[in-house]
Write a new protein. Sequence first.
Length: 146
Amino acid sequence: MKLIQKIASKQTYTVRNAVLRHGKPIESCRFDGDDLETTTHFGLVVAKNIIGIVSIFQHKSDIFVVGNQYQIRGMAVLEDFQQKGFGRELILYCEKYILTKNGNLIWFNARENAVKFYEKLGYTKQGNPFIIDGIGSHYVMYKMLT
């Protein structure tokens, strides 16, 4: 059985560590804003195990002029479950959730190797690539929802 459900920020750490912060201390998996009331975390659960996660922050980027913006952070699926459509399910779930919050725009910093995945879901690159120290090359990507 598979389901997407709200989870606590600390429940994201194991997947964040395995996929996004591999080899780094577990403390590096805590993001600023994780525990704000306006932040929501979702876990994709298969056989009672969290195999994918995504966090949604109500956070405005100065790049965009649209009012009600949400940032996706920490989107990750464990390696054994990648290429099976789970990441797509998580992103589509986020889009529906953000629409219920009257969100106009989703934006995030995408790793360069994930850009094609997001483009297939209708996201667009904004600007030039940039480096996040210790992590690598990223692009800002976005999608208008309304």
